[in-house]
Write a protein that binds this ligand. Structure first.
Ligand code: PBG
Length: 365
């Protein structure tokens, strides 16, 4: 519909000179009623006051949307800063339990646990991943004991445990698929036995969701959920995370033979389709903001519970700019998180989880 800039010609009357738009009507600052734009539709009406903006708001961020990733480290009473992620710390298990209590108070439904494995415990095969008493398993048990009603999600992948920093087994420069999947299925079982609620395979091997589901079911863990990192891209935005788990020093080469090419979109749908067919309960798209188009397509196509990961590099960019006073960090946090909701996310893994939950509670959401 064309927008009329002047009075429309009356119906049934042929246009006359009076109907021709007068140029002065368009001049800025001309306030006489006759010179008003003839607009039936003025989208700004709904935006004129906060109460009205709230009435027409389409998406609302709540604490239910948050999954809070925590980094773990061995020891007691340790809160060790991560240089590339301001305000994020590696926590010893006792401190992680305190964080879980805090999360529960803030009604954050779920935590995601990531271990910084002692370099002495890393090897070619990532054997520590299968140790039922490894750091992540100890943390799961401690959290589930003290804060039983919070959900615990764990990555399944070998990168925090391997001496080469890859998510899978490496032989002659090649990441082995099927052999890796067998190990991942065992890793998932070890975590489920420790009490993990949601297994989140982040490795991007082919066929791992089906193998993990079968392994869990055979062991009686039919209720343990799987959130598949289904569309996970080979992204530079994981850099600070790799600092946090200590794999940026170990990683040889890159992950492009298993993580997706950032140039691809249809391929993400094929990946998601496979993971859904193999038994995924929930889907994740990762990274977040640079991949909102993928998130939107995935949600629209499959209608699955779909989560976005606002990854470490996205967090670091906002924090760095805020730290310089170049943008308002809190507003950037809120705007970025509601963008995920708008694109179709049911929830977001975000390092801002605690901070945004505090803000939402304070503001009465
Ligand atoms: C490990 C894993 C990574 C992230 C989550 N799980 C890093 C990687 O794949 O190299 C990244 C999370 C982040 O950057 O915040 N497979």
């Amino acid at each position: 519909m064309a927008i009329k800039l002047s009075r429309p010609a009356e119906r049934g009357r042929t246009a006359s000179a009076a109907d021709i738009p007068r140029p002065q009507a368009l001049k800025a600052g001309n306030k006489t009623p006759d010179d008003r734009l003839e607009l039936a539709v003025r989208p700004r009406r709904n935006r004129r006051a906060e109460w009205s903006r709230r009435m027409v708001r389409e998406h609302v961020l709540t604490t239910d949307d948050l999954i809070w990733p925590l980094f773990l480290v061995d020891g007691r009473k340790i809160r060790a800063p991560v240089a590339s992620m301001p305000d994020v710390e590696r926590l010893s298990v006792d401190e992680a339990v305190r964080a879980a209590e805090r999360a529960a108070k803030l009604t954050i439904p779920c935590l995601a646990l990531f271990p910084y494995t002692d370099p002495g415990l890393r090897d070619e095969a990532g054997a520590e991943a299968l140790n039922p008493d490894n750091l992540v398993c100890r943390a799961i048990r401690a959290i589930k004991k003290e804060v039983p009603d919070i959900g615990v999600l764990c990555d399944v992948a070998l990168d925090p445990y391997t001496s080469h920093g890859h998510d899978g087994l490496l032989r002659d420069g090649v990441i082995l698929n099927d052999e890796t999947v067998a190990v991942l299925a065992r890793q998932a079982l070890v975590q489920a036995e420790a009490g993990c609620d949601i297994i989140a395979p982040s490795d991007m091997m082919d066929g791992r969701i089906g193998a993990i589901r079968a392994g869990l079911d055979a062991a009686g863990f039919t209720d343990v959920q799987i959130m598949a990192y289904a569309a996970k891209y080979a992204s530079v935005f994981y850099g600070p995370f790799r600092d946090a788990v200590g794999s940026s020093v170990t990683l040889t080469g890159d992950k492009r033979t298993y993580q997706m090419d950032p140039a691809n979109s249809d391929e993400a749908l094929r990946e998601v389709e496979l993971d859904v067919a193999e038994g995924a309960d929930m889907i994740m798209v990762k990274p977040g903001l640079p991949y909102l188009d993928i998130l939107h397509r995935v949600k629209a196509t499959f209608g699955m519970p779909t989560f976005a990961y606002q990854v470490s590099g996205e967090y670091a960019m906002i924090m760095a700019a805020a730290g310089h006073g170049w943008l308002d960090g809190e507003k950037a946090m809120l705007e970025s998180l509601v963008a995920f909701k708008r694109a179709g996310a049911d929830g977001v893994l975000t390092y801002f989880a605690q901070r945004v939950a505090e803000k939402l509670k304070k503001d009465g959401v």
